[in-house]
Design a binder for this molecule. Structure first.
Ligand code: AMP
Length: 600
C-alpha cells in the first residue's frame, strides 16, 4: 500500500526531518475496483468473517446459528433489531462485563452517537476493526480526491474536536465515535500518509473547551496559511460555524499574530503552552490578513483569500448539512466543495468516489468489505413506512430486506448494518436512494433519517421536504439580503387542529411583511398531497413561523456538547419531537416573533 516515499518537514518545531510515507493512490483505486467488481462474493466473505470472529458472542450463540456463516442461515436466525433492542446488551458492556456479549473479543471502547435526532446520545461499541474500516473509507475517498485534485505535501486546516472522553466506572473508555478515531494511535500516521496532517496541535484538538479550540484552530490555520492544502471537518456545519466565528474574532486573531501573544480568552494552560510554541510576533502576517479581510465584500471568498494554496473544502455536505451549502459556497468563493463519506457511529457505509460532482448530487459507493449490508425496500413496505412515520417507531411486522447487489436503481431503501463492531441486522434509521452502480456495488444518495417526519394525520413530510420549504421561503428573504442562519421544526398538537411550527434564526432585522410572506410560502411549499388536502379542510391548522433570538442555535449546540456530544458530529435537530423536551424548551423560550400562515 505504501510505496511512494517523500521527505517532508512534519515537525511543528521545524527541527526534525522525518520520512513521510504517502499512500499509493493507484493501488488504492485498484483495490476498490476489485472489491466492487466482486461485491456479492465479497459480501459473503465479509459476513463469514464477521460471524467467525464473533460466533462465540452470547448474542449470536443464543440465535442458533451453530457455526453457520452463510447469508441464508444468517437471515433465518438473526432478527432485525433497533438500538432499543440491543440496549440491554450494550448496558451490560458499559457496566463492565468482560464476557463476550456482542463481539468475540471484549469491547473496551464505547462510542456516543450524536443523538441529535433522539435527544440523547446512544452508546454503541467501538473496536479496532471499526477503526480499520474507518481508515479504509478515509483512504478510499482520499485516493479519488487525490486523482482529481492533487494536493502537495502541506497541512490541512481541520475543524476537528474531541468530546469529553471519559472512563466509565468500570474502566471502559467512552467518547463520540470521531473522538475515538482521533485519539486512536493509528490516526496521526494515517493522516500523514494522506498528506492531511492537521495544522493544529493535539492540545487544541483535544482541548476541554470547544470555543477555545475553535479559536486556536483558526489561529493555527492563519500561522500556516501558505501550507494549508485544504479545509475540512467531519460534518460541514463545523466549517460554516468556524468562519462565522472568524467574522467575529478576526481582529483579535490579527492582534495575537502581530504581538505573538495569545489572547487571554484562551485559559487552559496546556492549550496556551502548545500555542505559545507556534505563535511568534509577525506584524507582516497580521497586516496581510487585515488587508485581505478588509478587502472582502461581505466575506465572499474568505477561505481562498486566507489560504491561497487551498485546493478544496471537504466534509460531509449532504443530508442535514445541505442547508449550509449556500453559506459555505459564499466563503469558498470558487474553491470546489467536496462531500466526503457516508457512515455513522455504528459503522461506515460508503465513500464518495466522484469528488467532482457538486455536493447536492453526491453519492456514496458502498464498500462491500467493511460490513454486511441489507436494504429494506420502502416501496414494498410502504404500509409499515406510513405507520412508522406516525408512531416514530418500528413496527413488529418483519419487513423483507434485499441484499447489497439486489437493490434497484431509482428505489429508496432503509439501510441495515451488520458490522465488525457487534451489531447484527441493525436498523440504522437512514433512508437512501440507489442512483446507480459502481461495478456491482450500489451508489447511494442519502435521502433522510427515517423517523424525522413532520406528520399530524395523513401528511408525511421528511427532513428533505422541510429543507426545500425553508429554501423556497428564504429566497424571499434573500431579496432583502437577509439569511436564515439555522432552522428547526416541531409538530404542535396542543392546538386543535395540530399544526406545523417552523423555527428560524435569522441574520439582521426583517420586516413583518416579509416574514408573513415567508410563513405563507413555507405553508405552500409542503406539497405532499396529504398535507395540502388536510390544510384545505383545516384538519391541519395554519403553519406557524417562529423567529428565535440570535444565538438560540448556539445554545442548542452548547446543550448537546454538555451532554457529551462533540462539535465534530453535531447535526442541528431538524424536527424536535416530544422526547427532545430540553431543545424544545430552548427554542420556545427564545421566540421573539411569530406568524400564522394565511396561505389556505
Ligand atoms: P452519528 O449519529 O453522529 O453517528 O451520525 C450518523 C448519521 O449522520 C447517519 O446515520 C446519517 O443520518 C448522518 N450522515 C452520516 N454521513 C452522512 C452523509 N454523507 N450524508 C448525509 N448524512 C450523513
Amino acid at each position: 500500500m505504501i510505496n511512494r516515499i517523500r521527505t517532508g518537514i512534519v515537525s511543528v518545531t521545524m527541527i526534525e526531518k522525518m520520512e513521510v510515507e504517502l499512500l499509493d493512490v493507484d493501488k488504492l483505486i485498484e483495490e476498490f475496483e476489485s472489491v466492487t467488481k466482486n461485491a456479492e462474493n465479497v459480501q459473503r466473505d465479509t459476513l463469514k468473517k464477521i460471524l467467525e470472529e464473533n460466533g462465540c458472542a452470547e448474542y449470536l450463540q443464543n440465535l442458533g446459528l451453530n457455526g453457520r456463516t452463510d447469508p441464508e442461515s444468517f437471515k433465518a436466525c438473526v432478527p432485525l433489531v433497533t438500538h432499543d433492542d440491543l440496549e440491554p446488551y450494550i448496558q451490560r458492556i458499559v457496566g463492565g462485563s468482560s464476557s463476550p456479549i456482542l463481539t468475540g473479543k471484549p469491547i473496551t471502547t464505547i462510542s456516543l452517537s450524536s443523538g441529535t435526532t433522539q435527544g440523547k446520545p446512544k452508546f454503541v461499541p467501538f473496536n479496532d476493526e471499526l477503526m480499520e474500516t474507518t481508515l479504509q473509507i478515509y483512504r478510499t475517498s482520499y485516493a479519488f480526491r487525490e486523482r482529481e485534485f492533487p494536493i502537495e505535501n502541506g497541512k490541512a486546516l481541520q475543524f476537528i474536536y474531541s468530546s469529553k472522553q471519559s472512563n466509565t466506572k468500570d474502566g471502559l473508555i467512552a467518547g463520540t465515535a470521531t473522538t475515538n478515531v482521533f485519539r486512536n494511535s493509528q490516526f496521526k500516521n494515517a493522516m500523514k500518509a494522506m498528506q492531511s496532517q492537521c495544522c493544529s496541535p493535539d492540545e487544541v484538538i483535544f482541548g476541554p473547551d470547544f470555543h477555545q479550540s475553535l479559536y486556536c484552530h483558526l489561529l493555527c490555520g492563519l500561522i500556516f496559511r501558505e501550507e494549508v492544502q485544504f479545509v475540512s471537518s467531519t460534518f460541514s456545519h463545523s466549517i460554516v460555524h468556524a468562519f462565522r466565528t472568524f467574522e467575529q474574532v478576526w481582529e483579535e486573531l490579527c492582534a495575537d499574530i502581530r504581538g505573538g501573544v495569545l489572547t487571554s480568552r484562551i485559559t487552559y494552560p496546556s492549550v496556551r503552552l502548545a500555542m505559545a510554541k507556534l505563535l511568534k510576533p509577525n506584524p507582516e502576517l497580521a497586516d496581510l490578513i487585515h488587508e485581505k479581510c478588509s478587502g472582502l465584500n461581505n466575506w465572499y471568498g474568505l477561505i481562498p483569500s486566507l489560504f491561497p494554496n487551498a485546493k478544496y473544502i471537504c466534509g460531509i455536505m449532504t443530508g442535514s448539512m445541505e442547508p449550509y451549502l449556500k453559506k459555505l459556497r459564499h466563503y469558498a468563493g470558487g474553491l470546489p466543495l467536496l462531500s466526503s463519506d457516508y457512515g455513522s457511529s455504528e459503522g461506515w457505509i460508503g465513500a464518495n468516489v466522484n469528488p467532482k460532482v457538486p455536493p447536492e448530487s453526491a453519492t456514496y459507493v458502498v464498500l462491500p468489505n467493511i460490513g454486511y449490508f441489507e436494504f429494506i425496500p420502502l416501496k414494498e413496505n410502504a404500509e409499515e413506512h406510513v405507520q412508522d412515520k406516525v408512531s416514530n417507531s418500528f413496527l413488529s411486522k418483519e419487513p423483507k430486506p434485499v441484499g447489497l447487489t439486489e437493490v434497484k436503481v431509482g428505489e429508496e431503501y432503509e439501510i441495515i448494518i451488520t458490522s465488525f463492531g457487534g451489531l447484527y441486522r441493525y436498523r440504522l434509521g437512514d433512508v437512501v436512494k440507489v442512483t446507480g452502480f459502481h461495478n456491482s456495488s450500489p451508489e447511494l444518495k442519502f435521502v433522510c433519517r427515517r423517523n424525522l417526519m413532520l406528520t399530524i394525520n395523513i401528511d408525511k413530510n421528511t427532513e428533505k421536504d422541510l429543507q426545500l420549504a425553508v429554501e423556497a421561503a428564504s429566497k424571499l428573504n434573500a431579496e432583502e439580503k437577509l439569511e436564515v442562519l439555522d432552522f428547526s421544526s416541531h409538530v404542535d398538537l396542543s392546538t386543535d387542529p395540530g399544526h406545523y411550527v417552523i423555527f428560524w434564526e435569522i441574520n439582521g432585522e426583517v420586516g413583518d411583511e416579509v416574514l408573513k410572506e415567508c410563513c405563507n410560502c413555507l405553508d405552500r411549499s409542503f406539497v405532499d398531497a396529504g398535507y395540502v388536502s388536510s390544510r384545505k379542510v383545516n384538519s391541519i391548522g395554519p403553519l406557524e413561523l417562529r423567529v428565535v433570538r440570535k444565538g438560540t442555535f448556539q445554545n442548542i449546540l452548547d446543550h448537546y456538547i454538555g451532554l457529551g456530544a462533540a462539535l465534530s458530529q453535531f447535526k442541528t435537530p431538524r424536527c424536535v419531537g416530544p422526547r427532545n423536551s430540553e431543545v424544545l424548551r430552548i427554542l420556545c423560550d427564545n421566540v421573539v416573533k411569530s406568524y400564522l400562515s394565511t396561505a389556505f
